[in-house]
Design a protein around this ligand. Sequence first.
Ligand code: BMP
Length: 258
Amino acid sequence: AKAEMTFKERAELCKNELGRRLFGLMEDKQSNLILSADLTKSEDILKLVDIVGSKVCIVKTHADIIEDFTVDFVHKLQDLAKKHNFLIFEDRKFADIGNTVKYQYNNGLHKIIEWADIVNAHSVSGPGVIQGLQKVGLEKGRACLLIAEMSSKGSLAKGEYTKATVDMAKTYSEFVIGFISQNRVCDDQQFLYMTPGVRLEEGKDSLGQQYVTPSVAILQNKTDLIIVGRNIYNAEDPLNVAEEFRQAAYNAYLKRIS
Ligand code: BMP
């Protein structure tokens, strides 16, 4: 098979400045690993992120599960992002009409626009969701991902839904830099394909989550980044396990481009 384009080559095709920065960061840091820091106490999140920050290109948060969320937490997370050179992705999964998501992004307790480099959205409500988000996000240099497929059993995001989601991304590629997906849902090199539901051994949890390994995600299904939560933050030695994931995912990428 013909060697694929590198992340740095693909950066040139990306129409969003933050997206270009991410492509470059991945290659500089040799990391296509995203930490899903799904802990409920801000101190625990900050501790974890300081430990594994050097291994990841993005830290993904769920701000609404944090019991003691404050502006101070956000500032500390941003300090860690500078120290370790990663981007912050709030996994908010916006899914409402444009006017409402604009408020959910810009206002409320979390003021996501102020600190999250990247957010994501479901395409279920149509392109208005992107129009609403980019109305506040573009001028701040932010970027968005569309959820094209999900890792969970019985997900309705498949087939025509996935295809229509890809078309929406192409229309709004100034703001949309890629997808949350299990597969390379289109062959457009300007986009990043990020895969959750990853751990070192395949399997599932008791609530519908389904797991593939890093090499199935990156080599077989040809996505670009893996998103790992429990397998890292529940590990006895999160740094070592994160390094294991980083190597597995980056080596799989290197194989694809060689
Ligand atoms: P874990 O590795 O612990 O299963 O965590 C996966 C993370 O990715 C969770 O934060 C979850 O909300 C998110 N996620 C997912 O698992 N599947 C999807 O399709 C989309 C997600 O955002």
